[in-house]
Design a protein around this ligand. Sequence first.
Ligand code: FAD
Ligand code: DHB
Length: 436
Amino acid sequence: MAADFAANYRVNLRNRALVACGSARRLRLPINNERAASAPLRRDPVRTQVGIVGAGPAGLLLSHLLHLEGIESVVLENRSRAAVEATLRAGVLEQGTVDLLKATGVGERMQREGAVHHGIELRFAGRGHRIDLSGLTGGKAITVYAQHEVLKDLIAARLAAGGALLFEARDASLCDLDQKTPSIRFDHDGGSRELACDFVAGCDGFHGVCRPSMPESARIEFTRTYPFGWFGILTQAPPSSPELIYTHHPRGFALVSTRSPDIQRLYFQCDPHDDVDNWPAERIWEEFRVRLATLDGWAPCEGPVLQKNIVAMRSFVCEPMQCGRLFLAGDAAHIVPPTGAKGLNLAVADVWLLSRALTAFYRDGRSDLLEHYSETALTRVWRAEHFSWWMTSMLHLFPGNDPFQVRLQLAELGYVTSSLPKATTLAENYVGLPFA
Ligand code: FAD
Ligand code: DHB
């Protein structure tokens, strides 16, 4: 693939970028706002190097990393910028994610406003047990900083650098993935558009269009659906604890997390088909009080419930993560239950790998990293799948409330909190294994 493809590029020595010499027009940069971003696309097909579908953590970070290597991309997102920046999801960033955001110039606010945590608590049978993350991993830690704040930082950085982000780009469909110039058709600003590219990055999450664009015969999907969900709240209250608390309780799992000195994030295991309207604030707090109670009378700091939502839980992997010129990254290729706090971090690891592979291709004419992208990414994916499944299985109540299974969970929790090797296993997975 490398030889014929690299021949289609000329090196722009001044900015290290390799610029596509196609018949279609190159996208004009800089473009620095949503309206302006749509302008060149109004007239005829435009060309870029990497067409990215989805402006979540995977798509935005990929675009940022490619830009730093002088590689052009256009990000197509079907929601508005305001909706993207307001969606509440993850909170825990692994050490490697934090290091990458800092090293690439988008970590300043995270360093100022995020909270570095050196340990977590596992709570069961009414007692708390600290896992010393930093002590067990040679000083690594996690940072609690909301996913939508990461997205705001990435969007600001891309726009400041003249990046092409098209919000409200609807009905994307992928064409010619098996050809040298695949394209993405979509509707934007009242008209049909087409973006020709060298590669398509499918960063459009679990419900996106990219994975289903791979022929069914070209992929295998592995799925496990859990018989419970998470009920999440944001509350205006001081922190209940200096570190996150993962709790096993006969009524089900509960998690205490945080967002800022005034806003806290908490979750409890629930029926995935339940309705948030069945849960007025007093009932929510009663559930947290019961599940989080300790033998020495610990209670959470309560406050007004600002937001509440229910998320379903599943494990999912699509193999391979590539089909022709389409490369999947993040939730488009895999889902983990949130118990291990791995989803966003896996998306980051995927796009870091993909950006290295694309850089090797454009800079050195090497296609081997692209060819091995799926295999390399899946090694980390399956490790994270196992860790997330293990944490979920150890901490949640399963239907039937089988006393045998509950005893096994308590035995596992007892072992994790008393054995140095077992605690180290949890700690090194939780803070994140090194990037490939
Ligand atoms: P997404 O964030 O889903 O982004 C995909 C984007 O593509 C979206 O903006 C979407 O609008 C857009 N899109 C979809 N379809 C199209 C289309 N057809 N055309 C154009 N655009 C499209 N992970 C962690 O690492 N740590 C945590 O602590 C953590 N906690 C979590 C807690 C909860 C309650 C939940 C639900 C998830 C949590 N996760 C966590 C997981 C994490 O949020 C996801 O793994 C992460 O968002 C994946 O990023 P992504 O960019 O791959 O996909
Ligand atoms: C948060 C989310 C998680 O999935 C998790 O395991 C820990 C914390 C959070 O949103 O803060």
